[in-house]
Design a protein around this ligand. Structure first.
Ligand code: AHR
Length: 312
């Protein structure tokens, strides 16, 4: 069973003198950039020497970084895995070197004895919350949905799709008519939304957009406006992350709902690591972060201001 953490838990366990390698995916989204900022802050607060490696979205770069961390003899490795598969070999190498690996924000398809713990949200649940919000909001009216998926093969793209589809099952009024990857980026989100709009009568056949992250939603909102439609009204917009920009869009009536993902995955990870290294205390295999739904009713500008101070 998972340990459930509130969105902004900042632990204070002492982990001074540790050297930790962090293999980060890249900087595809506002959320990702905030996670990087917070990981560096959390390390600094604890006196941890953080070795940071940006993989530029490539798994092979992550594998190289992990091998280099092993060669340097770091005390632990944080890994935000870009895709879910293909990790067994390198994780085994870390295990053989007795270097604990902690997964951040995404899961892997590998045996859970190859890593110490995973600090993630319930990614299926996030999709479910978004889908349930949409089903409740359209309340039985016919609604064609377009979906912008995250990076192909990544656990959030797989699970957020699954959770959303689960929420829609049994609601025959809701149909996903188009679904394509926008790679978690603003630029791709805009581009793919433009193609959806073109293919669907300039957008007239589209009732809602579900984007696997806010950045793609923000890009798509721009595309919807350029097509002469009103995002948030003509096309409902629901996404995931709760980055500051989506609250600005919500305040302007251009986005409708988002599911929060905390960018502070490192705080709980370092706490678990400190306890493990001090007393050999094995953490739960899954440290689960909260998934809270925000809508236009939640004073978006106030949340925007609060969020701005939290790594964004
Ligand atoms: O793994 C978490 C996802 O990765 C975030 O939702 C998205 O913005 C990021 O790119």
């Amino acid at each position: 069973s998972a340990t459930i953490l509130a969105a902004c838990t900042f632990g204070s366990a002492s982990a001074a003198d540790l050297v930790v390698g962090f293999s980060q995916i890249g900087s595809e989204s506002g959320w990702r950039a905030a996670e990087t900022t917070l990981t560096k802050q959390q390390a600094e607060q604890r006196g941890i020497d953080l070795k940071f490696a940006d993989a530029q979205q490539k798994q092979e770069n992550q594998i190289k970084a992990i091998r280099s961390f092993i060669a340097q003899g770091v005390n632990a490795i944080l890994l935000a895995p870009v895709v879910a598969t293909g990790w067994d070999e390198v994780l085994q190498e870390a295990k053989d070197a007795e270097i604990p690996v902690i997964l951040l924000d995404r899961t892997v398809d590998a045996s859970n004895d190859l890593y110490l713990t995973a600090v993630t949200s319930d990614l299926v649940h996030e999709g479910n919350v978004a889908g349930k919000w949409l089903a409740d909001t359209v309340a039985g009216k016919p609604c064609n949905v377009v979906e912008l998926q995250g990076t192909t093969g990544s656990s959030p793209a797989i699970d957020r799709k699954k959770g959303f589809e689960q929420a829609l099952s049994g609601h025959d009024n809701l149909k996903i008519i188009r679904s394509q990857t926008g790679d978690f980026t603003r630029t791709k989100g805009k581009e793919v939304m433009e193609s959806f709009l073109k293919a669907e009568g300039g957008g007239k056949n589209i009732c809602a957009l579900y984007a696997h992250n806010d950045d793609m939603a923000v890009g798509a909102i721009q595309a919807i406006k350029e097509a002469g439609l009103k995002p948030g009204t003509d096309i409902l917009v629901v996404s995931i992350d709760a980055v500051p920009d989506i609250f600005q869009a919500m305040a302007a009536g251009e986005a409708n709902a988002t599911v929060e993902l905390t960018p502070n995955m490192a705080g709980p990870a370092f706490d678990a690591l400190a306890a493990y290294l001090k007393d050999g205390k094995e953490p739960a295999k899954w440290i689960q972060t909260e998934s809270k739904l925000y809508t236009q009713a939640d004073d978006p500008m106030k949340v925007y201001e609060e969020k701005k101070g939290l790594g964004y």
